[in-house]
Design a protein around this ligand. Sequence first.
Ligand SMILES: Nc1nc2c(c(=O)[nH]1)N=C([C@H](O)[C@H](O)COP(=O)(O)OP(=O)(O)OP(=O)(O)O)CN2
Ligand SMILES: [Zn+2]
Length: 129
Amino acid sequence: MPKWILNTKFKFDAAHLIEGYEGKCGRMHGHSYKVHVEAKSNTLHPSKYLDTDDMVCDFRELKWASKGSEKGGLDHAVLNDELPVNPTAERIAEFIYKETNRRIPDDVSLKITVWETESCWVEYTEDDV
Ligand SMILES: Nc1nc2c(c(=O)[nH]1)N=C([C@H](O)[C@H](O)COP(=O)(O)OP(=O)(O)OP(=O)(O)O)CN2
Ligand SMILES: [Zn+2]
């Protein structure tokens, strides 16, 4: 079976505090988040901008979070205002997964990796692991 594996990465800068955290992360502070998106599919599809079946999905749909919050992304956002949950790295990765998933075809599987700092990162997928 053929398989295409799309990869893209981007950054966004954002502020957050972790509600209930006893320590410095409970105070408002910022990170330069780095994100890697992997999108896998056995079939190709059209996109919003292309009528023919030639893309796993549009790279542009995978990078929505890199845009400013006024354009629906997360750059220069306060993550506590954007996420419906406490914005830990785990929850940010889950949020980016779910928001990306609704923009792409159903049979594309995703894995999202979010680096909060150079040495701390988390992966999120809903595939069997
Ligand atoms: N599992 C998680 N642990 C922590 C998270 C998280 O999202 N998931 N988040 C934080 C804080 O947001 C904190 O800002 C992270 O930064 P920190 O690791 O403290 O980074 P520093 O470079 O400042 O580390 P130092 O060891 O203090 O130098 C914490 N934990
Ligand atoms: Zn933090």
